[in-house]
Design a protein around this ligand. Structure first.
Ligand SMILES: *[C@@H]1O[C@H](CO)[C@@H](O)[C@H](O)[C@H]1NC(C)=O
Ligand SMILES: *[C@@H]1O[C@H](CO)[C@@H](O)[C@H](O)[C@H]1NC(C)=O
Ligand SMILES: *[C@@H]1O[C@H](CO)[C@@H](O)[C@H](O)[C@H]1NC(C)=O
Ligand SMILES: *[C@@H]1O[C@H](CO)[C@@H](O)[C@H](O)[C@H]1NC(C)=O
Ligand SMILES: *[C@@H]1O[C@H](CO)[C@@H](O)[C@H](O)[C@H]1NC(C)=O
Ligand SMILES: *[C@@H]1O[C@H](CO)[C@@H](O)[C@H](O)[C@H]1NC(C)=O
Ligand SMILES: *[C@@H]1O[C@H](CO)[C@@H](O)[C@H](O)[C@H]1NC(C)=O
Ligand SMILES: *[C@@H]1O[C@H](CO)[C@@H](O)[C@H](O)[C@H]1NC(C)=O
Ligand SMILES: *[C@@H]1O[C@H](CO)[C@@H](O)[C@H](O)[C@H]1NC(C)=O
Ligand SMILES: *[C@@H]1O[C@H](CO)[C@@H](O)[C@H](O)[C@H]1NC(C)=O
Length: 591
């Protein structure tokens, strides 16, 4: 965790440094307002007024430079405690008439006063406009009427109760993307709202609106839509033919609603156009007809669908084959769906499945035929089953289940589970094409000899939070040319002899924190390795803290005086046998 933080911290520092360097490099890029800075990124010029404590739109000097963006926003989602953030509440008349700018971002301010001619003078340049209100005031839509060149309009936190035909969107003939977010009282979108208005609209985003009924009538009047997001509303049911005329729709996100019932032919008309469908965080499976909750999927043909999320629903009783008509599905998320079993038939028909996320369920049993349907499976997430109450349950994962995906599987995550240890190692032995293997907190006490001997791709291995007390040269044999990251933190290790990681040429992340390191001459190799790798550009994260001898306790290994890493004279120095050139491991060796 500490390492993660440090990592993140480094990343943040790097970004900040980059920002500073960027802002210094002002070649040809001059801010027309003294309060702001100009940033050049490639061919784009940005007037950056972020985090300048502004309470008003600054005065801009007249300029003929064409800027791509003028931004007052903040990357923070909550700016109430932010002392440097802008707090602009009004846009005076003709505020931008001296500049030529394509995009104005005023999100994370709380606008209450916008006058009819606030944008006068910038109309012909402005393509994208992002505005945020203070939740209690209506937006003066008249101010936007003349912005006929707008392609993107994002509005957040304005007061409004209905969206009907008397709106200004009809004037915005070029609008391609419209977002209405956190309009806390907008509960009705009338069928006529978009009728004959937004003929070029490709993306509609409705988020955080108290809609009780999905506004099918209104949205069916936008046949040009390619991407539709109706998120965080109070919609409970989806009815037949709700999308039928949206023949260009590719992405549909209906996550974070209260949907517990979907008619069989709700998606009729778009099941052959959709590439992406998100129904995560809904109430599927919570109503009385829970066995039928996925009939809307199995009763249709989803010819092109590539990604489907049903995460955070309740799918514990679904019958076999819910995805059988999805020949192109590559990504399936069933995270946190209260699944207790991966049956023979669950994955039926998923011949192109590439990623399966069944983490955070209650799985105790995986059928030995579960993956016969998914010969292309590359990434499998099985982590965090039986989180709370039922801690005594063991994940029964028969090794024969992975036979059909032996060649394809590259990423396996079984973190935070009570596994059957002998099964897991047998599975790992079979999966020789693994690139990433996550075994954090899985009750492991040892690494079987030569278990990785046939692995030719493994780069990332996480064995942290286990009870491994010793390792030797046989433990990671086979990985010297591929392993880049190894985590052994939070184990019971007292030492690692120098043969274990000798010649591991790619290893650049090694996590050793929270073990019982005995800092003696056996760790000299590690000491020297840390010294050597303290060169810039190479990142070794070791955090090896001595537990013994008492004189060195609590010292970080690399801060110890090298000559204090001593052994008794009786100590026998190491020699590392060359297993690569012997036939010693040609027979199957088991622990
Ligand atoms: C704006 O113009 C005034 C008067 O010409 C000048 O003094 C000032 O430096 C200019 N400001 C910027 C940011 O260029
Ligand atoms: C702003 O425009 C609207 C609609 O065009 C008009 O009704 C209103 O009177 C105008 N307000 C001002 C202050 O001119
Ligand atoms: C909008 O454009 C029309 C025609 O150019 C002009 O008469 C009107 O004053 C403009 N309205 C605003 C609020 O700038
Ligand atoms: C929003 O702005 C109005 C008018 O300035 C003000 O009365 C109200 O208190 C503000 N509301 C919030 C939540 O800031
Ligand atoms: C349409 O909505 C506006 C508010 O956005 C409201 O003032 C107007 O009365 C509504 N018109 C009809 C016909 O409902
Ligand atoms: C929905 O589809 C399922 C499976 O194809 C079928 O058994 C069921 O009768 C259908 N329900 C309705 C209401 O048509
Ligand atoms: C672990 O799996 C093996 C072989 O599949 C089985 O014989 C054994 O009983 C299992 N152990 C537990 C604790 O379930
Ligand atoms: C690992 O260490 C923990 C606590 O220090 C101890 O409870 C546990 O028995 C040890 N496990 C093994 C396998 O040595
Ligand atoms: C390391 O320890 C030796 C012997 O105790 C001592 O002579 C030497 O000065 C120490 N080196 C450093 C850098 O502290
Ligand atoms: C490391 O490489 C050297 C030189 O090729 C070889 O002699 C030695 O046996 C290797 N060590 C291990 C542990 O494989």
């Amino acid at each position: 965790m500490k390492n993660m933080k440090r990592h993140l911290w480094c990343a943040i520092v790097t970004i900040i440094i980059c920002e500073i360097v960027n802002s210094l490099a002002q070649s040809g890029c001059i801010s027309p307002a003294i309060e702001c800075i100009c940033q050049q990124k490639g061919n784009t010029f940005i007037i950056n007024c972020r985090d300048k404590k502004l309470t008003q739109i600054p005065i801009f000097n007249k300029t003929n430079t064409e800027y791509d963006e003028l931004t007052f926003g903040s990357p923070l989602t909550d700016t109430t405690m932010c002392s440097v953030c802008n707090k602009i509440t009004s846009i005076p008349p003709r505020a931008f008439e001296n500049i030529r700018v394509k995009r104005i971002d005023l999100t994370s301010n709380a606008l209450t006063i916008i006058s009819n001619d606030s944008f006068a003078g910038v109309e012909i340049y402005l393509k994208e406009l992002l505005l945020q209100g203070n939740e209690t005031k209506e937006l003066n839509y008249a101010a936007l009427k003349n912005l006929t060149g707008l392609t993107t309009l994002h509005l957040e936190k304005f007061q409004q109760t209905t969206l009907n035909s008397s709106n200004i969107f009809g004037y915005l003939q070029n609008l391609e993307s419209l977002k209405l977010k956190t309009f806390k009282r907008l509960s009705v979108i009338e069928s006529s709202a978009f009728k004959n208005k937004v003929s070029k609209l490709k993306t509609l985003w409705l988020e955080g609106l108290p809609l009780v009924v999905y506004p099918a009538g209104a949205i069916l009047n936008i046949p040009s839509l390619q991407s539709l997001n109706v998120i965080n509303t109070q919609v409970k049911k989806l009815y037949s033919q709700s999308f039928r005329d949206l023949r260009s729709l590719k992405d549909l996100d209906l996550s974070h609603n209260l949907i517990d019932s979907i008619d069989n032919d709700t998606f009729a008309g778009i099941t052959d156009t959709l590439l992406f469908l998100n129904l995560a965080v809904n109430r599927l499976g919570y109503n009385t007809n829970k066995k039928e909750s996925l009939h809307f999927l199995s009763s249709q043909h989803w010819t092109d669908l590539e990604q489907l999320s049903l995460a955070y629903n309740k799918l514990d009783t679904i019958p076999d084959g819910p995805f059988r008509n999805m020949p192109k599905l590559a990504y399936l998320a069933l995270k946190s769906c209260q699944l207790s079993f991966i049956s023979n038939g669950l994955l039926q028909g998923l011949q192109n499945l590439h990623t399966l996320d069944v983490s955070e369920n209650r799985i105790t049993q995986i059928s030995s035929n579960a993956f016969v349907h998914t010969p292309q499976l590359k990434k499998l997430r099985l982590d965090r089953q039986h989180k709370e109450s039922i801690k005594d349950l063991v994940l029964n994962f028969p090794p024969t289940a992975v036979e059909p995906i032996r060649a394809s599987l590259t990423h396996l995550n079984v973190e935070h589970n009570r596994v059957n240890v002998s099964q897991i190692w047998e599975i790992i032995e079979l999966l020789t094409n693994l690139e990433e293997l996550k075994l954090q907190n899985t009750n492991l006490v040892a690494v079987p000899d030569f278990v990785f001997r046939y692995h030719t791709q493994l780069q990332i291995l996480d064995l942290s939070e286990n009870q491994i007390s010793s390792l030797d040269q046989k433990s990671f044999h086979g990985l010297k040319d591929t392993l880049t990251s190894l985590s052994l933190s939070d184990n019971n290790l007292t030492t690692i002899d120098e043969c274990v990681l000798q010649n591991f040429s790619k290893l650049n992340h090694l996590y050793l924190a929270n073990n019982l390191w005995n800092c003696d001459c056996d760790l000299l190799w590690l000491y020297d390795w840390i010294e050597m790798s303290a060169e810039p550009g190479i990142e070794y994260i070791v955090e090896c803290v001595c537990h013994s001898p008492p004189s060195l306790r609590e010292n970080l290994l690399q801060t110890v005086n090298r000559s204090h890493l001593s052994c008794t004279p009786a100590h026998i120095p190491h020699t590392c046998p060359d297993y690569y050139s012997t036939s010693i491991i040609s027979t199957r060796i088991r622990t």
